[in-house]
Design a protein around this ligand. Sequence first.
Ligand code: CA
Ligand code: CA
Length: 178
Amino acid sequence: MTRRFHVHEAGVAEVRERGHSFIEFTLASLLLIVILGSVFKVLIQGQDVAQNTQKQTVALLLARDMLEEIKGKEFEEPGTSGTFGREAGEGGRNRSAYDDVDDFDGYGQNSPPRDVDGAQLGEFSEFARSVTVENVDAGNFSRVRSAGSTPFKRILVRVSSTVAGEADIVLETISGRK
Ligand SMILES: [Ca+2]
Ligand SMILES: [Ca+2]
């Protein structure tokens, strides 16, 4: 009897131990799922940040590319003074005939952006690029003056994403009559 009792005790102990093992295994599994969930979340967030940073860099390069192109032009139509806007033969999306900075005023909003000959840059279809040029006050560059009236022009290049909620990149510079 005594022996059988011991066997029974051992059996109960074994069942209890199995019960503990099962609970521990379940808890460990749940913990692992929670940890893996957090790890995946961090990885996905990291990927989003990296993609966003890459897009912002591309937008910045597109804006800088246009700004450099404009900065390489004359302050106003060669041989004139106080003129503003595109002259004859400088129309449309083809910028190859643009020779002064205000020729770019109102250029765009082009999505995708276009190269100097007006061809669409299809690989940047997620972006739109536009330009604004304004005469500004000689003593206060944030004050806009009528077109052609001052020796300073503010050039604004804006690159925006076609994806809603993403911030625009805006580059600005002041060009002065030399
Ligand atoms: Ca012009
Ligand atoms: Ca011109």
